[in-house]
Design a protein around this ligand. Sequence first.
Ligand code: SAH
Length: 467
Amino acid sequence: MKKGNTYTGYVEYVDFPNKAYVSAQVEEDGVKSVETAVVKNAIPGQTVSFMVNKKKHGKCEGRLLEVIEQADCESNERCPHFGLCGGCVYQTVSYDNQLKMKEKQVHKLLSSVIEGDFCFEGITGSPVSEEYRNKMEFTFGDEYKDGPLALGLHKRNSMYDIVSVLNCKIVDEDYRKILECVLEYAVQEKLKFHHRVTHEGYLRHLLVRKAVKTGQILVDIITTTEDDRKLNDLSEKLQKLELKGKLVGFLHTFNDSLADAVINQGTEVVYGRDYIEEELLGLTFKITPFSFFQTNSLGAEVLYSKVRDYVGLKKEDLDDNSKPVIFDLYSGTGTIAQILAPVAKKVIGVEIVPEAVEAAKINAKLNGLDNCYFIADDVLKALDNIEEKPDFIVLDPPRDGINPKALDKIIAYGVERMVYISCKPTSLIRDLEILQSRGYMVEKSCCVDMFPNTVHVETVCLLSKKP
Ligand code: SAH
């Protein structure tokens, strides 16, 4: 294959997260051969055309141009934004097949590092595969350079262009109505979006959170301070929307920073209050706009049930003396800590975002739990300052996995068993290699799909000390 040339080929398989291996007939100087290129976002079984845009050490990478023939596993209807929008990749694939694909990808990754036989319990799906998100962060921008104002998600492979996802299928109707209402207001008022390069403009992001169990909705518009308008008129429009859930708060957050991320430099409550409440496994959680909370509530119940199962402690088998001290590292709003509290003498959660830690403390109190403690700090530093020693450790790091120096300190405790929850299996296997070389083995593992239609998947591993 030659850089710049276009080829047609068949997708043999896809590695996590979206690396499709496409084999194509190539003819050069009258000689025919079959060569392979990696093309992102294609689906196993498809015939696609692609352009080779990178060639290094004989390996080719291509950009997907067109799906010429669909794969047999594609039977789902697509939303009008599919393909253009960077959110979903597997939307056309039936949910059963999506699960099979993710299961295979994770099994392959785990098998590449785990020594010996290990018990892989497969994947459990999300109870719902559409309209499942309890949070969405939309971005203001333009659909193309100098095009009309858009509010939605980034286009596939684009840093700048935004697709207005007015028909997005992974959120429910309330999100779609809110999105439309805010976009209409912005167009009417001729408001400008904040440009990532020139750093001019007012509108940045729109954060919507909706609790599945309680129906409570929180809307937060994030702008620069370029315009000093009060958003009471927008607030009234939002309050008049006919929603299935209930709008409990409308917030206005200011962000003048240069980074293209949702950053909180001060928040004003325009209407109502600044949190929603969600229920998971019989516990109530107060969620503020910027604390981490699993984005699929029903999926989170499945994930946390697995975690509880893997931790394997039963209240009836334990008396006060045999209950363990559990560390919940990377604890977010303290959900896992609180789910494990009944089988622990004490749970200590460590989380770097202070707002999430505050929420965790309030939540534990609300749930009547008096044995949960939360520390706002980097895990790497916090472990030096905790006097208590853990009997059991639960790890749920962000995508990059665990900082190697923090992992050293975690291993040094020498606990018998740990549960590692990972939202990125490629980082997980890097950490598993270290854990294995330092005396731990993977006893069992499984996947939970919290993100239907997208490439993401959660993996849970039970680790124990090698005999
Ligand atoms: N266990 C939680 C959150 C998991 S997401 C839940 O199930 O909801 C990972 C969390 O790690 C995020 O809340 C993130 O803010 C936090 N985090 C990221 N880096 C960290 C670090 N170095 N030290 C402590 N927490 C960190």
